[in-house]
Unconditional design. Structure first.
Length: 138
């Protein structure tokens, strides 16, 4: 009998520790085709997500996937990240946390698809809205 991975348990523990101590938990994610994240914010195949309770809605850290809702540019988005795609969890304020090796499934998923390819079932993300700007008039 194979024991389950300790990774989701460690993620929940560090998330709770951050929130209990007034710190902001950040999640570094390998943004391959298995992760449902806003592609316009992905840099070098990775994205960093604020998973604090103030920044997310309906946050669930299950044993196989992390799901929540968050706003990007004022637009609510559903986020879903397989546990295998999580590279690190840490506190924004002091960097305390833990880094993980990517799971073999996440690494295999990277090598199978070209770097800039997108899955067929993922719609093109909407363009970020133009934000109003304030100008000082003297």
């Amino acid at each position: 009998m194979s024991l389950p991975s300790t990774k989701p348990y460690l993620l929940r523990a560090i998330h709770e520790w951050c929130c209990d101590n007034g710190l902001t938990p950040y999640l570094s994610v390998n943004a391959d085709g298995r992760a449902k994240v806003p592609r316009e914010y992905v840099r070098d195949g990775q994205i960093v997500l604020n998973i604090g309770y103030e920044a997310t809605g309906h946050l669930t850290i299950a044993n196989d996937i992390i799901t929540f809702q968050a706003r990007f540019g004022g637009v609510a988005r559903d986020i879903s990240v397989p546990i295998g795609n999580v590279l690190a969890i840490y506190a924004k304020e002091n960097g305390a946390g833990m880094a993980f090796e990517p799971d073999s499934e996440a690494v295999a998923g990277e090598s199978d698809a070209p770097e800039n390819s997108k899955p067929d079932n993922v719609p093109e993300p909407p363009a970020p809205p133009n934000r109003p700007k304030l100008h000082r008039i003297k």
